[in-house]
Write a new protein. Sequence first.
Length: 434
Amino acid sequence: MKILLVGSGGREHALALKLKAGQTPVELFAAPGSDAIGELASCLPLGIEDIDGIAAWCAAAGPDLVVIGPEGPLVAGLADALRALGISVFGHDAATARLEGSKSFAKNFMQRHGIPCAASGTYTAFEAAEATIRTWPLGYPIVLKADGLAAGKGVVLAESRQEALDTLRSFLSGAFGEASRTVVLEEPLVGMELSLHVLVDVTTDHLRYAILPSCQDHKRLLEGDRGPNTGGMGAFGPIPFLRPEDLERIRTELVEPTLRGCQQEGLVARGVFFLGVMWTSAGPKLLEYNVRFGDPETQVLMELLDENLAELLLEVAEGRLSHETVRIKAGCAIAVVLAAEGYPESAKKGVPIEIRAPCCTVIHAGTRKVQERWTTHGGRVLNLTTLASDLTAARALAQADFDEVSWPGMQLRRDIGLRAQRHAEARRSVQDPW
Ligand code: AMP
Ligand code: GLY
């Protein structure tokens, strides 16, 4: 099967490894890929947003499947352009990708379809938003969200009125260009956050999906969930204390209404939805939609998945998903992010990496090979990923590798999964305080 993978990060390296590991022989191409992905694929000199260039390559090369990793090209209409050429694409059309590309569109969608979520309002005028903040009735922190894509930096949890007003002013004056000229103000939700990925194949005449294992990401830079927000410092899954009946609630209260809503509104969905969920004292509430796989959640999911990924994604792309449940390996998987000095504000590039004899799989998220030596080339540089019998064992395996990979200034969290491990050991459920 000839496959083009769009993207270049850790998510795409993990997808590339899994695509090549299935029974189906895969001839893999990547746009643009990376030096690590280049060990598995032919990398094309095409950027992820180069819709014309990617379409021209597909028209000439005729891949059997295109898998689009990041949200940017989905929102920009890459999938639409390729489908217009008759190419099978795993990834949503632009109309469906608005669920991630516009927070106000997503919130209105949730409200139209009765999906439990935080109360919110959408603003484009400073005065109206300012008046709301001055009489804010929903408690602190006030959650401010830039409407559009802002490279993971468009959400601020403001602890004070002043911080909220400063953020509002900066957003509306174009801190993220057009993406922040509309702002959503939202009620803060308290609870346990989880990532739920669902493979979706929805058209006006059918609705099929397969739910993947629950994961938990760790957004804060520092141990104990302190420090600035990042793209994610590590993840594990499945969450050990999430019972089948809890997942059933998420399925009936969040997943099914979303997919029926897409169907009613004529939003064709052929790809993955990644629901950001907060399990509150009132049960699961939807924080946000992503229309792509999470990073580093994908690294965890690829460890757990016991399927031929190329065939599975092709089924979705061709609108013939036959799996209601996908085969999942027993145990628990973990991904620990090794980040560059200075991340998340900046990242020190070009630092040589020492890789000794790790037992974990080493996923490359931001590296470059310079004279046969791997060097840092991004914020999140490498991920250590592994599967073990349970969360405690998975954490121990990752821990054992922390000295096997290093470079000066490397940052990592040694507590990925620790809070969940303790919660499970204390026999607490998801209903108990987190
Ligand atoms: P997003 O960029 O939409 O993924 O949001 C980034 C993070 O902000 C989420 O992963 C949550 O941790 C947090 N967040 C978003 N909305 C809320 C909310 N209403 N209440 C509390 N935290 C939130
Ligand atoms: N790990 C969170 C994300 O991919 O958005």
